[in-house]
Design a protein around this ligand. Structure first.
Ligand SMILES: Cc1cc2nc3c(=O)[nH]c(=O)nc-3n(C[C@H](O)[C@H](O)[C@H](O)COP(=O)(O)OP(=O)(O)OC[C@H]3O[C@@H](n4cnc5c(N)ncnc54)[C@H](O)[C@@H]3O)c2cc1C
Length: 395
């Protein structure tokens, strides 16, 4: 067992863990990041793509926004399509200049890894058997294996940034966390397509066959989704069947169809809303998907992870400057205000655009009335816009 020491041990090198390590470094606080996958696997994980204005500003302000500024796509708003008609929501105009930024999660992750390694930061990829110890003491630790080596790192604090399937949450005693959950009776079938964008901005479509989304990741890589049964197998869907389904859900009277190209990935994503509360226990702090999961409709997951670690890095900075635990003690309550707002918005957008088998004609007509109201009321569109581009940070 070779012991090491750092100030903050971070479990997980996703957006939450990496950004936390980066922010701590800027505040001259040492950290070690422990990640179970290889660097290559982490950098190849395709997930989120829509960044809130506040997330973009944070990346820029902390020196990791240069490639984003060169390569991201910046949109004024999004389209809502239903009943064969398409309506533009001018987010930039409605929010006084905040835009929708499309920059893939794996690119954010690559930029953060590069910045940490360039600054001499320590990220241990490919570790296993991570166990968190003694979080109620002032000498917590994390033990793990790297290859054949059993190792242990002593620290002041542990940050559990290991995603929704991670272990850090499970290291808490039974009953320490309340679980608030909602499952949805549908999932998303997602594809990655090698083709130019089908639309100048994202299209969120509500159709009697179910929801569809035309999104983008870069100038030559597109992301499209359609609502499906969460138990659906990707093998059941040939490329031709996928394109037929997307065409039928997205069709307009003027004959619009998505630009087709080779499909390089097919995935089925389950949908759920989940919050663990409180997001801390002793000297262990949970951040990102380890503490909460949102359905992807509102594009909030990565953005919430960024907001959490912003709060945590500031609270840790305060502790090391003044030895005051006040901000640390308030971490969970501060984060949960934003988390519940994002849950509310993600739930609303999900119910606005998806169809459930149990829907009655009442549900269908109410949903269409809500969409009509939304696209004809400046107040309603402003509410959608300010939530989508991101509510201001708490401070
Ligand atoms: C289809 C889809 C679309 C999405 N679209 C958007 C979007 O447009 N905008 C948005 O904001 N969000 C979106 N999200 C959500 C977003 O991807 C997640 O919220 C985000 O990845 C959360 O980051 P994280 O760092 O908390 O967790 P993760 O990204 O899950 O990272 C956790 C890391 O911890 C590691 N780990 C796990 N267990 C261990 C262990 N025991 N030891 C060590 N390491 C461990 C994992 O390997 C992983 O690298 C989407 C999600 C999906 C699935």
């Amino acid at each position: 067992m070779s012991p090491g020491r750092t100030q903050v041990a971070i479990v997980g090198a996703g957006p939450a863990g990496l950004l936390l390590s980066h922010l701590l470094h800027l505040a001259r606080i040492e950290s070690v990041v422990l990640e179970s996958r290889s660097r290559d696997e982490v950098q190849r994980t395709v997930r989120a793509g829509v960044l809130e204005q506040g997330t973009v500003d944070m990346l820029r302000d902390t020196g990791v926004g240069a490639r984003l500024d060169r390569e991201a796509l910046f949109h004024r708003g999004v389209y809502l399509r239903f009943g064969g008609r398409t309506h533009h929501i001018d987010m930039e105009g409605l929010t006084g200049g905040k835009r929708v930024t499309l920059y893939a999660q794996q690119e954010v992750v690559k930029d953060l890894i590069a910045a940490r390694l360039e600054a001499g930061g320590e990220i241990r990829f490919g570790v296993s058997d991570v166990v968190i110890h003694d979080v109620l003491s002032d000498r917590p630790g994390v033990s793990f294996r790297q290859g054949a080596d059993a190792q242990r790192i002593e620290c002041d604090f542990v940050a559990g940034c290991d995603g929704s399937h991670g272990m850090s949450r499970h290291s808490l005693p039974e009953g320490a966390l309340a679980r608030h959950e909602r499952m949805y009776p549908f999932g998303w079938f997602g594809i990655l397509v090698e083709a130019p964008p089908s639309s100048d901005e994202l299209i969120y479509a509500r159709h009697d066959r179910g929801f569809a989304l035309v999104s983008t990741r870069s100038r030559m890589l597109q992301r499209m989704y359609f609502q499906c049964d969460p138990a659906q197998k990707t093998e059941a869907w040939s490329d031709d069947r996928i394109w037929a389904e997307l065409r039928s859900r997205l069709e307009t009277p003027d004959g619009w169809t998505p630009v087709e190209g080779p499909i390089t990935q097919k995935v089925v994503v389950g949908m759920r809303s989940l919050v663990f509360e409180p997001m801390q226990h002793g000297n262990l702090f949970l951040a990102g998907d380890a503490a909460h999961v949102v359905p992807p409709t509102g594009a909030k997951g990565l953005n919430l992870a960024a907001a959490d670690v912003r709060v945590l890095s500031r609270a840790l900075q305060r502790f090391y400057q003044s030895r005051s635990r006040d901000a640390l003690e308030g971490y969970s309550a501060t984060c949960l205000t934003r988390v519940w707002n994002a849950q509310r918005f993600s739930y609303w957008m999900t119910m606005l655009l998806h169809r459930a088998d149990s829907d009655t004609s009442f549900d269908r007509n109410r949903q269409l009335a809500e969409l009509e109201y939304l696209v004809h009321s400046r107040a309603a569109m402003t509410s959608l816009a300010e939530n989508y581009v991101g509510l201001p940070f708490e401070d």
